[in-house]
Design a protein around this ligand. Structure first.
Ligand code: KIV
Ligand code: NA
Length: 265
C-alpha cells in the first residue's frame, strides 16, 4: 500500500467525496486510525493542550512537534501525515518557515505541514510550496493567536466575513493544497467552500465544508472537563480507562491479580 498524497485528497474533493481528518500524537493511536481508514492525520499543536498539559498551543516547540510527528509517521502505512508548524516557528518570515518545515519533512518524514494565518502568512506558504512542501492553511480561529483574539466564533459581521474570504483566497493563491476553517459560521464556511477550488476542512464550521477534522481526544471522550460544542464524543475512553485502572488497583489490593494463568513457576 502506498501512502495517500495531496493529489489523492484533491481528487477525492473533485469527485465530491467528503473526507475525514483526525489528530494523532503517538504511533499506537495513529496505527488504530490508519487501520480504521482515516486518510489524513494531523499532528496538531493541540498536543499542547491534550498531551503535554499546557494551557494553550502557544508553548509547543519544534522539538515536540518533530518527535511526535516521527512517531505518527512510524505508526501509519497509508495516511497522509500533516504536521503543524508551532507558534514562533514561522512568524519571523518565509526563510524561518522553510527551515522548520524542511526539518519536519526530512527528520519526521511527514507529507505536508500546516500553518495558521491567511493574508499574513501568504509569503511563508508560497516559499514552502515553491520548495516542494505541500502546505495546509488554517484560518478563522487560529489558536496560536489566543492572546490577541481569544476563543470565539470568527467572521461574524460583514467586514469580518470579507476578511475571511480574502484570507481564504490568499491561502489558495499562495499554493496551499487545503485550508482549515475553524469556528466560523456555517453560511460563511459554505461561501468559502464554493469560492475556493482547494478542499476546505471544517472544525466548528458546519457541514458544508469538503472535509471535517476533530481533535481525537475530544472525539473519543478522553479530554477532561468541558469540550467545545462543535465536537462530538463517539466514545467515552476516559470512563473506560478509569474503570480499567480502578479494577486493576482493586485486584492488586485484594490479591486476585496476578492469577495462576499470569504466573510462571
Ligand atoms: O492543532 C490542531 O489540532 C488543529 C486542528 C484543530 C485543526 O490545528
Ligand atoms: Na493546530
Amino acid at each position: 500500500t502506498r501512502r495517500i498524497t495531496v493529489h489523492d485528497i484533491a481528487a477525492a474533493t473533485e469527485r465530491g467525496e467528503k473526507w475525514p481528518m483526525l489528530t494523532a500524537y503517538d504511533a499506537m493511536t495513529a496505527s488504530v486510525f490508519d487501520e480504521a481508514g482515516i486518510p489524513v492525520m494531523l499532528v496538531g499543536d493541540s498536543m499542547g493542550n491534550c498531551h503535554l498539559g499546557y494551557e494553550t498551543t502557544v508553548p509547543v516547540t519544534m522539538d515536540e512537534i518533530a518527535l511526535l510527528s516521527a512517531a505518527v509517521v512510524r505508526g501509519t502505512k497509508r495516511a497522509l501525515v500533516v504536521a503543524d508548524l508551532p507558534f514562533g516557528s514561522y512568524q519571523e518570515g518565509p526563510v524561518q518557515a522553510l527551515r522548520n518545515a524542511t526539518r519536519l519533512i526530512k527528520e519526521a518524514g511527514v507529507g505536508a505541514v500546516k500553518l495558521e494565518g491567511g493574508e499574513r502568512s501568504h509569503e511563508q506558504i508560497r516559499l514552502l510550496v515553491e520548495a516542494g512542501i505541500p502546505v495546509m492553511g488554517h484560518i478563522g480561529l487560529t489558536p496560536q493567536s489566543v492572546n490577541a483574539m481569544g476563543y470565539r466564533v470568527q467572521g461574524r459581521g460583514e467586514e469580518a466575513a470579507q476578511q475571511l474570504l480574502r484570507d481564504a483566497k490568499a491561502v489558495q493563491d499562495a499554493g496551499a493544497f487545503a485550508v482549515v476553517l475553524e469556528l466560523v459560521p456555517a453560511e460563511l464556511a459554505d461561501e468559502v467552500t464554493r469560492t475556493l477550488h482547494i478542499p476546505t476542512v471544517g472544525i466548528g464550521a458546519g457541514s458544508g465544508t469538503d472535509a471535517q477534522v476533530l481533535v481525537y481526544t475530544d472525539m473519543v471522550g478522553l479530554t477532561g472537563g468541558k469540550v467545545p460544542r462543535f465536537t462530538k464524543q463517539y466514545a467515552n475512553l476516559r470512563q473506560v480507562l478509569g474503570d480499567a485502572a480502578k479494577e486493576f488497583a482493586d485486584e492488586v489490593v485484594g490479591g486476585t491479580f496476578p492469577a495462576p494463568e499470569h504466573t510462571f513457576h
